[in-house]
Design a protein around this ligand. Structure first.
Ligand SMILES: Cc1cc2nc3c(=O)[nH]c(=O)nc-3n(C[C@H](O)[C@H](O)[C@H](O)COP(=O)(O)O)c2cc1C
Length: 588
């Protein structure tokens, strides 16, 4: 222990304050804050570190009710705009959330930042002017913690157009608002963030955030360094047998003939067991990750579409204009496009995650499509995307993709991992005729042969004949399983990734739901090896995650039945072979 450390009790108090600080919206009282306390809290903020000791902050105390009502109206407008932008699943959750306490606190404190303070020679700001705002944020945190120690609550409101707010506060033009804080006494400090309690988001484990030397090794100090893939595989456990038994028992008691809801029955039971909670939470909100990549094997004429359609369609999906977006809106899901390997670059767009490992793969008929390092990187992209989506509160994931030519690597993987011939599992993709399909099957066969791809070495096979979006999906499926979050598979690409994931971690299949059967022959071949049955068959052959998205309400219905349908006993309905009560009475 350091000689400079505080005594144990003081140290503990610091950690307690940090842990028990909360963003408060609902539990404020209007009791006034005495001046001495307020000065102590502002003094703590003023002791914050700052770049070049520039101390760029100022504190504007706002108490005037009329002004606060005007400011609240500004926040309300932003809230309405934000709510309108949400998928319907999220909108429903957001409706119940309070996001400000502007008029229900005795005091609002605005913390501003002066980017010019300290002059042109401010030490440390020359390379990155953002340091001024960062310095001001440290003052906010000091204020927040000191307030907590004093028993005062703080609620940070960021639902503002900063210029509108600055005008309303009549700030000099050169100032920026960093924080708008509602401050007051509270009736209680909630033990956890409200966004966690309501299921909007979850706290990420510390181990996800600590990187040891390289990005891919996430190890807490003193821990054993393992790759992200190995760590993820090790975290996958089988679905919960006790919850499965409970779900099956409940299913048998529901007011319907046994088996009358067909595949939905086992789907609900499997999803409950995967999540491992009873009663099973509704699989909502839902996020669809669309992994995008290009393929060197396109040069072999395996698709009638030009390669640039991949990036164009990825842009269309990110902009909300594709079939998968319509399907997502229909079922209330969010869509995230992940550029893991597009040949061209997309401009920044909301809903686009740029995680590019390479600009397309190499032609697998001439050697490995990607290197082992690229394969690992792409898998890690998928792991991180799944982790983020789960931490954002999603309870059901959908694996989608876009990439001209990507049914060819998918067919190759399906052939390798199911033992079927390339001809058996190669389909027409996005519109080949029969001679085109036969030529494509020959390309698949050549890729497997040239690379000696074999199910005995799943990662080698994935890198040799797969694609970047396939590899990312492998990581995505594994990480979802490690987080006990079910994933709905879409077409042949996600099914091929599931086969690789199964080879790496057989229990991953407990967490997978087959969305649809589709036209590609590789889907049914893969599902048979995965031991899964498709929920619907609508002759779809689009990909993007569209078919899986359409299966989402079925998965939700399967769980809702377990949660809501009455039992024979609770509804006083006689069972099939039960002797009618009336007769029993007469006989008695
Ligand atoms: C920069 C920033 C802006 C925030 N803006 C808002 C906001 O506008 N409305 C709100 O209700 N909470 C806001 N919060 C609070 C967060 O939602 C909260 O910190 C988070 O859910 C974790 O909860 P906790 O602070 O109680 O630990 C903001 C927090 C920060 C750091």
């Amino acid at each position: 222990m350091s000689a400079n450390a505080f005594p144990a009790a003081d140290k503990q108090a610091v950690y307690d304050v940090i842990r028990e600080r909360r963003d408060i919206r609902s539990t404020f009282t209007m009791d006034p804050i005495d001046d001495a306390t307020l000065i102590r809290v502002l003094g703590a903020a003023h002791l914050a570190p700052s770049v070049g000791f520039s101390q760029p902050w100022d504190f504007v105390l706002v108490r005037d009710e009329a002004r606060r009502r005007r400011i609240q109206r500004l926040a309300q407008r932003q809230r309405d705009d934000f709510a309108a932008s949400l998928p319907s699943d999220r909108q429903r959750m957001f409706d119940g959330l309070k996001i400000e306490a502007i008029c229900s606190t005795p005091l609002n404190v605005v913390i501003t930042c002066d980017p010019t303070r300290g002059g042109p020679h401010t030490i440390g700001r020359h390379a990155d002017p953002r340091m001024t705002s960062f310095s001001t944020a440290t003052a906010v945190q000091n204020l927040w913690l000191a307030a907590r120690a004093e028993g005062l609550g703080v609620g940070w409101v960021s639902f503002f157009d900063p210029h509108e707010l600055a005008r309303e506060l009549e700030l000099p033009e050169h100032l920026e608002v960093v924080a708008y804080l509602c401050v007051g006494h509270v009736s209680a400090f909630p033990p956890a963030p409200e966004l966690q309690t309501t299921g909007w988001a979850r706290r990420r484990p510390l181990s996800w955030a600590v990187h040891d030397e390289t990005w891919s090794s996430r190890t807490l100090p003193g821990g054993v360094t393992v790759s992200l893939l190995d760590e993820t595989v090790a975290a996958i456990t089988p679905a919960d047998p006790a919850v499965l038994a409970r779900a099956q028992e409940r299913q048998a008691q529901l007011t319907k003939p046994a088996g009358a809801m067909g595949l939905l029955e086992s789907t609900g039971e499997r999803v409950a067991a995967a999540v491992g909670e009873w009663p099973p939470p509704m699989p909502s909100p839902v996020a669809i990750a669309v992994f995008a990549g290009d393929h060197g094997v396109h040069a072999q004429g395996v698709s009638p579409w030009p390669q640039e359609v991949s990036v164009q369609m990825a842009a269309n999906i990110a902009a909300g204009g594709a079939v998968v977006n319509a399907a997502a809106r229909q079922v209330g899901a969010e869509v995230d496009v992940v550029d893991v390997g597009l040949a061209a670059d997309l401009p920044p767009m909301p809903g686009l995650l740029v995680r590019k490992v390479a600009r397309g793969t190499a032609d697998a008929t001439r050697g490995p499509a990607i290197t082992p390092e690229q394969c690992q990187q792409a898998i890690e992209v998928g792991i991180d995307v799944a982790r983020d989506l789960v931490a954002q509160g999603n309870r059901l994931l959908v694996a989608g993709e876009v990439g001209i030519g990507n049914t060819t690597p998918a067919a190759a993987l399906v052939s390798v991992f199911t033992g079927r011939t390339p001809d058996e599992v190669t389909g027409t993709g996005a519109g080949l005729d029969e001679p085109g399909r036969a030529a494509k099957a020959a390309v698949v066969a050549r890729a497997i042969e040239v690379n000696r791809a074999s199910a005995d070495d799943p990662l080698h096979a994935l890198a040799a004949v797969g694609g970047l979006e396939h590899a990312a999906m492998v990581g995505f499926l594994l990480a979802a399983a490690a987080q006990r979050t079910p994933v709905v598979l879409d077409g042949v690409i996600s099914c091929s990734a599931a086969l690789v994931a199964q080879a790496l971690a057989p229990q991953v299949t407990d967490y997978l739901v087959a969305g649809h059967a589709g036209v590609e022959p590789g889907i049914l071949a893969a599902l048979s090896t995965l031991g899964l049955e498709a929920l619907v068959d609508l002759d779809l052959r689009l990909g993007e995650g569209s078919g899986a998205a359409l299966a989402v309400p079925l998965v939700q219905m399967a769980v809702r039945m377990l949660r809501e349908v009455a039992t024979f006993e609770s509804a006083a309905v006689s069972g099939k072979d039960e002797t009618p009560a009336r007769v029993t009475e007469v006989e008695a």
